[in-house]
Design a protein around this ligand. Sequence first.
Ligand SMILES: [Zn+2]
Length: 506
Amino acid sequence: MTPSCLLIGFDGLRPDLVTPDLMPHLCGLKAEGVTFANHVTVYPSETRVVFPSFVTGTTADGHGMIGNRYLDRSATPPRMVDSADAALLERIDAETNGRLMTAQTLGETLKDAGKSLAVLASNSRGATRCLNHKARSLGQVCLSGHFEDIAAPADGVAGLLEALGPLPPAAEPGTPDLEAQTLLTTAFLDHVWPQRRPDVTLLWYSEPDLSAHFSGVGAQETKRAIAHVDAEFGRILDWWRAEGRDAGVQLFAASDHGHISSHTRVSVHDTLKAAGFRTGAAPGAGIDAVIVPGHVGAIYQTDPSEAAIAKASAALMDTEWCGPVFTRGRNDVDGVAPGTFARSLVMAEHERSPDICFCFRADDRVDAYGLQGGTYYDNDRRPGLGLHGGLHPKELHSLAIAAGSAFRTDAVSHLPSGVPDIAPTMLYLLGVTRPASATGRVLHEALRVTNEPEGDQPQAERFETGSSGFRQTLRRLRHAGSTYLTGGWRDEMPDRIASEKVAAHA
Ligand SMILES: [Zn+2]
């Protein structure tokens, strides 16, 4: 029996929404495998940063996809890169001799080992590409639930696309995206698995993320989307129990980040303008601070001197809405701007990093749906909608369950684990050597048989810095050579939030 791996992704699913009434099938899998109770994502907790972490097995400082959007200063003139644009990603990869990502991906590693990867996703074109951006040149299967034009290999899946019929258009914001999830499930069960038996399949559902963003984290529409993807997962589970498990399929269920709810709108542009900066959303004449739109604050300055970065950082830290702030390191903990942390503390130090990255101030408010986690925000949507990108424990905490012949059953692991650990674990199960650029660890604690010694208890770390009235703290866990972010906070994180993640190992 040759092992293979199937990862089912639920975009933006908070683990506390995985309840028996809302997601009976996913709850059913828990009894048959190992649930990672302290599983976290990377920083920034944005989809198109986390997808590269899934496939490279490392954090943003390793793969370089530093934000959903970033300023590429190595281009002349510097250009904004929006990684939702699949064609742009492929063009950059071609222009930079394959250095769009600065770490080796699952697609490349499996190709080198003579094994196959299939990606099926209902996200944007660019996010789908981020799961295997070299799919075309590697000749590996990549299918979108919405966009025929990004299918790969172009000629190899023509028959499959014909059999599936026309792809449903991307859903209108506020309408759950249901049809594409069903189509991708069918594509895997009826076509991709029986015809190709990929060594690794990544099947990623774009819900409940989309609905959380446009309807609210616990809204009726979002619950409808959650119930739908759970039902689709139920079809996968039926097949796996009947056939897949015995065929050696190791089944992973995961999410890429959680969500918290927006409550108070602010303006980063207004704040920096008041401090004397000429701001813009893209570089250009007369602009000295480019503010990247999104829920992760990212600022690129025309003058990246310490003094200029300190001035902009101070303006941010002077507001009531600013959360943790990071700049390039003065040392291992402090950034060059007084009061800021070093970017390296959150594994976000890369040549593409913004001069300042920050989180909007988050808190432990309970939203209209009874879910914990609130945040200031800067976009043109109404308050009460889902957001992610920062360091609130509810944004970082992500779903991870693994089941199959290699894994223990009905078990819960309380050891810290993270998104970058998934690919190294898959490669280990397949007997493929991991690339040197992968920093995640193999999740030995979940395996039925392992020769790995149990190792020490995880170590809790707490960092603190600040300046003139602004104070920030960051919590991490270290285990078996890996570092996990468990929360970043303006002031001190309340124990009732921090304790969930840290107390068990403090
Ligand atoms: Zn996502």
